[in-house]
Design a protein around this ligand. Structure first.
Ligand code: AMP
Ligand code: MG
Length: 698
């Protein structure tokens, strides 16, 4: 058994007390089945431990193998365990500590008492050092240099290999690695007892369903730095979980082959550069596999919904990531969860212009409060505290001064400049906004995969983000095929057809936020087509024409040669077999040549497929139920799309259903979708109208 499905990285904390979400919380990064999840935070060690225990049990029950990394030492320098608990086995030391360390649900703990007791077991002064006050805990020296004669090495072999500067003996002042280990090892002692869980490298982990490992985010520091704004601990756990998940199974397996039965080892020590490269955000996901579009054998006509479900299931993002300024991010796809750097609003403030005061000093009936000098305005806060029973002039957006919890609207008051009068009762907190009432610091502002629109730029800015990681634009190549095609206006030969699909498909790709790449036109010539596909600077290719199985259908023929063609006979009208295949790791969508069919197939199939490949959601078209302004009898078998527009609240359809009628596409503002089965539509019957705008074509 080699691979892992789920990678968890825990940024532990030795802090006492309950931590607010933000930099001081315990952070957990998760990458599951290749997908990064948003980092989680926990206010106390207890919360984190009970979540971890539940999570491990759930992953094991679901049949997923899990690697869990913790950023504190699993062992101590040689000789320590034996001196403390009589056995060189670090697992005995874990249990010894678990019996002695206390940690309540508010994070209060006895680690300095336990460290004192341990120091007393050693000769000289130390090995533990560092404490909050110089005169507390007499058995623990305040500074590392005050230690003497305790006989323990300063670092483990792996700390030196990893280039870690911190020491496992240090209990106070950052980095408090020593305290983290004292507060973490008891947890490991308990987690390890869950059936299927093993502690690396001390136990036989080869067959374990979940393996606890020691990690150190310092190994990927350059990637963390490059991640830019945001909560550092959250970046660390997210990037390290991602880096570990991207290691090929054999490489990870090789990294785990270490002999360190007493001191333990930092997983990946000596491989920092490799892990940093894997964590780096510009990394592209692996290409889609060649059998991506395979259909189950024996499939004849595929209903539209089945075809869509297959695409949705098989496709995944293929683009890398880049960082852009929020102001430039409209239309881009958020690559990672955006966490609020700061709460919105950052402080309690006034929602209106008026007068602020302490609610407690007011009651029912007419109220008169003397005014303090000065005022509170947005950006110009009032420095003092407003005494109980007094009021202050306050303007919209001003931070509430000390002593103010309620604001009365200016229009509801009378004032002579010295006092303000109004009618009570006023609700406590009236006309104020609580700090963080919109978004709390550290909370998710927007999820990964969210397509950014104008209001999102406001939200990201309001929570303090100046730039954001977005997906690189998906490069969508558009190619026309056919001997008969000619550039518009280039010839008067009635035997030639002007290339109408290419400008249409390029414009659609651009509207959908992708980088549209014009791959030009190739004649019905297999070699020329092969060269064009080979040279295409694109992540995905849309071709039109030549997609059937006829003599001149070279797109199908060529894709068949690579062994990856699937001609999807989708039951829809207008449309013909959709040729889907892979060319050199790139999906190729072979659309019909007929422009009406090419347009409909691009809207229904290419649009959601491209969105997913670009890292975005699977978009459902916007559908309106409207009365029909037409009559139609439809046979069963194929879903049908009619060129349609709304007039007087009714959907009217284009006079001709002829698929050569390109003018009908322009006449229309959308499509009417008729179901797969037989249907008779009479005027006034409700029908599904899909406006072009709902497909992102305004
Ligand atoms: P095909 O799918 O190649 O058999 O083409 C079906 C019909 O669509 C033929 O009448 C082609 O001439 C026409 N067609 C193919 N490609 C284009 C294009 N790029 N622009 C306009 N018509 C096209
Ligand atoms: Mg053709």
């Amino acid at each position: 058994m080699t691979g892992f499905d789920t990678f968890v990285v825990v940024d532990w904390s030795a802090a006492k007390g309950v931590r607010t979400p933000g930099r001081d919380a315990i952070w957990v990064g998760i990458t599951r089945s290749g997908r990064d999840e948003e980092p989680r935070h926990f206010p106390t060690r207890r919360d984190a431990e009970s979540w971890l225990a539940d999570f491990l049990r759930a992953e094991i029950a679901a049949g997923r193998r899990t690697l869990v990394g913790f950023d504190f030492p699993f062992g101590y320098p040689e000789g320590f365990a034996r001196a403390v608990c009589g056995s060189a086995d670090p697992l005995s030391l874990w249990d010894w500590l678990a019996d002695r360390i206390t940690d309540d649900d508010r994070g209060e703990n006895n680690r300095f008492d336990v460290a004192s007791a341990i120091n007393r077991m050693f000769p000289g002064i130390g090995p533990f050092w560092g404490k909050p006050q110089e005169d507390g805990y007499p058995d623990i020296p305040y500074r590392g240099t005050h230690r003497d004669g305790h006989g323990m090495a300063e670092k483990r072999v792996c700390d030196r290999a990893a280039g870690a500067s911190s020491s496992v003996w240090q209990l106070f002042f950052n980095p408090t690695v020593g305290s983290q280990a004292l507060m973490g090892l008891p947890m490991l002692s308990r987690l390890r007892r869950i059936t299927g869980v093993a502690a690396w490298p001390f136990e036989d982990w080869g067959e374990a369903r979940a393996v606890l490992v020691e990690i150190w985010p310092g190994l990927i520091e350059p990637a963390v730095k490059a991640a830019g704004d945001g909560i550092r601990d959250a970046h660390q756990v997210r990037l390290l979980a991602r880096a570990l998940s991207r290691l090929p199974a054999e490489e990870l397996q090789a990294m785990m082959q270490v002999q360190a039965p007493e001191e333990g080892w930092i997983l990946g020590a000596g491989h920092g550069e490799r892990l940093t490269a894997l964590a780096a955000s510009s990394l592209r996901p692996p290409p889609l596999s060649n059998d991506c579009f395979a259909l189950p054998p024996g499939v004849d006509w595929t209903p539209v919904n089945d075809a869509l479900a297959l695409l949705r299931d098989r496709l995944r993002p293929v683009t890398g990531m880049e960082t852009v300024a929020v102001a430039q991010a409209d239309g881009r796809i958020l690559a990672e969860t955006a966490l609020a750097r700061r709460a919105n609003p950052p402080g309690a403030n006034a929602a209106v212009d008026g007068y602020g005061f302490a609610h407690a000093a007011t009651g029912k009936g007419p109220q008169t409060l003397p005014l303090v000098d000065g005022r509170a305005a947005a950006g110009v806060p009032y420095a003092g505290t407003v005494p109980n029973g007094h009021a202050i002039r306050i303007l919209t957006g001003a931070l509430l001064p000390g002593g103010v919890d309620t604001v009365v609207l200016e229009e509801d008051t009378r004032s002579d400049g010295a006092a303000v009068a109004f009618n009570g009762p006023v609700k406590r907190g009236a006309n104020t906004r609580r700090a963080g009432e919109d978004v709390a610091a550290g909370d998710e502002a927007l999820p990964a995969g969210h397509p950014l629109r104008a209001p999102d730029l406001a939200l990201l800015s309001a929570v303090g983000l100046a730039d954001v990681p977005v997906r690189e634009r998906l490069r969508v190549g558009v190619l026309s095929t056919g001997d008969e095609l000619a550039a518009p206006g280039s010839t008067d030969d009635p035997g030639r057809t002007y290339d109408a699909n290419r400008p249409m498909l390029l414009a659609m790709a651009a509207r959908w936020g992708h980088a549209a790449v014009d791959l030009g036109h190739v004649a019905d010539d297999r070699t020329a087509l092969r060269d064009r596909l080979d040279g295409a600077a694109a992540d995905v290719i849309l071709t039109s024409g030549g997609a059937s199985a006829g003599d001149e259908d070279h797109v199908s023929a060529l894709l068949s040669e690579t062994g990856s063609l699937t001609a999807w006979r989708v039951a829809l009208k207008p449309g013909r077999p959709l040729a889907l295949g892979m060319w050199d790791g790139k999906p190729v969508f072979g659309l019909p040549g007929n422009p009406v069919a090419a347009f409909v197939c691009a809207l229904i199939f290419a649009r959601p497929a491209l969105s997913v490949m670009a890292g975005g959601p699977w978009p459902e078209p916007l559908a309106l139920q409207v009365p029909a302004g037409f009559t139609k009898r439809k046979k069963p078998g194929r879903r049908e799309y009619l060129r349609a527009r709304l007039r007087d609240g009714r959907a009217e359809v284009f006079a001709s259903e002829g698929s050569g009628r390109i003018s009908g596409l322009s006449w229309a503002d959308g499509l009417v979708e008729l179901p797969d089965g037989a249907v008779t539509v009479t005027e006034g019957d409700p029908v599904r109208f899909l406006p072009y705008a709902g497909f992102g074509l305004g």
